[in-house]
Design a protein around this ligand. Structure first.
Ligand code: WTA
Length: 633
């Protein structure tokens, strides 16, 4: 089966159109053909079983496979054992490592044995809180190999965000390191874990990688990664998993309440990420592909680890930041490793575009063939800079719209196949049927109009549930427009059917490509002793795309001197520095409707610098407050 690997590679626009038509008219046939690119121990009993309204979604039920086997062993059996699987580039420019598929199998097998010897079995949850070191990818694949469900938590989250995630999924184990390098800073990850574990009774084992040689002493019952590896055998046979067994949980912010643990399946997730990786990036066998995301986010799961490795690709991992040792780091790495496909976030592009072009021009970027963006809308200026200075006007740019919940890329152009258009994600992927709704919830077909995005039919990699809360899953994603998946984004469709994503339609703000729910951050601000109430909104920001603006009412105005830094500290401690507001304005009150709801629409306008034109504010309980807030803004 694997020998047909290039059969799934779409080469022409007509082929895209034909395949798309097929994928919509006969989803089952289409996806079962794509599924044949993977190795299954047993075929499915049924291709799909779907009741979208109930959020009941199953693909390839009854079929058996293992993700780690498909990412590694299969390529070795096919004669590609000596091919480079992972290139790792460290935070410090003189540090890198290469892993062939054979070496990756050894590392993953050995660590799977470590998991087993520490009592981790099929179905157990393992929390991974690591910097971007090769061991992070190894740990993810080792979990998949033993059938444990990994829950990777981005290593920039605070101790309470970490403990909330550990407890939500009742993780039995945490994998972490003694610290991490980030630019010229050292981050003491282990102390964050220690703090988090004070609140986590479910964790039985803690395994710690020595990354920074900190010389710390471990607590009782904690183990060093390398000591554990010394005790185990090399080979671990992959566990046989059902297609619908969960592969991982990954948390994403909601507009209200606690983070949502999105549960992804084994079979459907792999079929979709393997297929989309190949076609979106036009990946050819000897290409070197680099996605700059962190594996702590979905982009890293699907398009650093699973998608590329399922295709036997060479995938890069980067531990550092784009500004260290200087603003040319990305381009230095592209030259050094002769990167062919480069996939990053608009916020990084905007940040780098602010610096002199010398940082770009001193490097040879001629290896680049395809560029990509993800995470937020890309503005035209950033698109042009990327296209001219990085792609030298010869590399297609794929602007890929998708979500933690969707598992894989949903709307995008296909490199060298379908046309891109600046600021448009463009066309749906195979099997994806976008629709637009007007403000009354009616679907419309007209083009050149803004609407709210919905998706008509489930695709194999859609999340199956929110861990422990299927009702919430149904309510958030399937109740707004019954029979459709509701992503929470607005979109515009042009006369050629290209989609431009216009941004969130709920209280989630995308800051530097990270999803931040405003409600949980407000909850933290309100925990400050001197805060009565607060409201947080997003506003456009040159580099971050959006930034947060907090309006805060104090109990006692005489104690306001240190309030900004105290609020920022609270947020850093409870969620993480990424959630800190750019601006904090102290206000005497907030605009409210008669039912007591904060009118965020008005606050958003004030945050954007508007002084008037707030529309009808007569329905407010306290219309006079608007002028007072504007004065203080
Ligand atoms: C936004 C990231 C415009 C969108 C893969 C979505 C985008 C949210 C794009 C999901 C894009 C992602 N153009 N907006 N190309 N890609 N978004 O879960 O609002 O971290 O709903 O997944 O990011 O963010 P998440």
């Amino acid at each position: 089966m694997y020998k047909d690997k290039n059969k799934a590679h779409i080469r022409t626009e007509n082929q895209y159109k034909e395949e798309y038509k097929k994928s919509v008219e006969n989803h089952d046939l289409f996806w079962s053909e794509k599924a044949n690119r993977l190795n299954w121990y047993k075929e499915w009993d049924r291709i799909s079983d779907i009741d979208f309204e109930k959020a009941h979604i199953k693909w390839f039920e009854g079929a058996k496979l293992n993700a780690s086997y498909n990412c590694i062993d299969r390529h070795i059996e096919n004669g590609d054992g000596d091919k480079c699987a992972i290139i790792w580039e460290g935070n410090n420019p003189n540090e890198d490592k290469h892993y062939t598929y054979n070496q990756l199998l050894e590392e993953v097998s050995a660590f799977a044995n470590v998991l087993k010897s520490n009592n981790i079995k099929k179905g157990d949850r393992v929390c991974i809180y690591l910097p971007m070191v090769p061991e992070l990818a190894v740990a993810v694949l080792a979990c998949a190999r033993v059938g444990a469900i990994h829950s990777v938590v981005f290593a920039g989250f605070s101790s309470s965000a970490l403990s909330a995630r550990i407890n939500d999924a009742s993780c039995k184990m945490i994998l972490t390191s003694d610290g991490s390098f980030r630019g010229n800073k050292i981050i003491d990850l282990k102390s964050i874990v220690d703090e988090a574990l004070k609140d986590c009774d479910c964790v039985d084992s803690v395994i710690v990688l020595n990354r920074i040689n900190s010389g710390i002493t471990l607590n009782k019952n904690e183990k060093w990664w390398n000591d554990e590896l010394d005790k185990v055998d090399d080979y671990f046979p992959a566990e046989i998993m059902d297609s619908e067994d969960p592969l991982f949980i990954l948390y994403t912010s909601g507009s209200t309440g606690k983070p949502k643990g999105m549960v992804h399946s084994s079979g459907g997730y792999m079929v979709y990420t393997a297929y989309s990786f190949k076609n979106v990036f036009d990946y050819d066998d000897d290409d070197i592909y680099w996605c700059t995301a962190d594996i702590g986010w979905i982009t890293g799961h699907s398009y650093i680890v699973y998608g590329p490795l399922l295709n036997g690709a060479t995938t890069m991992m980067f531990e550092g930041v784009p500004s260290y040792p200087d603003f040319g780091r990305f381009w230095e790495i592209c030259e050094k490793h002769k990167v062919n496909q480069f996939y990053t976030a608009p916020t990084a592009i905007r940040a780098l575009a602010k610096h002199p072009l010398d940082f770009v021009n001193k490097y040879d970027l001629s290896s680049l063939k395809v560029l990509g963006t993800v995470g937020e809308p890309i503005n035209e200026e950033a698109w042009n800079w990327y296209n001219e200075n990085i792609g030298k006007n010869k590399c297609p740019i794929v602007d890929t719209w998708w979500q933690t919940e969707t598992g894989g890329i949903m709307i995008t152009s296909l490199a060298n196949v379908t046309k891109g258009k600046p600021t448009f994600a463009t066309k749906p992927m195979m099997g994806i049927q976008p629709v637009l709704f007007d403000e009354n919830g009616n679907e419309f077909d007209e083009n050149n109009k803004n609407g709210i995005l919905g998706i008509k039919y489930p695709w194999p990699s859609i999340a199956r549930t929110i861990y422990g809360d299927h009702e919430r899953y149904k309510n958030v994603y399937f109740s707004a427009y019954p029979g459709y998946y509701f992503p929470g984004d607005g979109a515009f469709r042009d006369e050629e059917g290209n989609y431009r994503i216009t941004g969130r339609v709920d209280d989630v703000v995308i800051v530097s490509g990270h999803n931040l729910g405003t409600a949980p951050i407000e909850d933290v601000i309100n925990m400050h002793d001197n805060v009565v109430e607060s409201a947080l909104v997003g506003y456009p920001h040159d580099i971050k795309g959006n930034a947060l603006y907090a309006f805060v009412i104090l109990k006692d105005d005489s104690k306001k001197d240190d309030i900004n830094s105290e609020i920022n500290q609270l947020i850093s401690k409870s969620i993480g520095p990424i959630a800190k507001p750019e601006k904090i304005q102290l206000v005497p009150g907030l605009p409210k409707t008669r039912s007591g709801k904060i009118m965020r629409r008005i606050l958003r306008k004030i945050a954007c610098g508007e002084k008037d034109n707030f529309g009808d504010i007569s329905t407010l309980l306290n219309p006079e407050i608007v002028e007072q807030i504007v004065k203080g803004s």
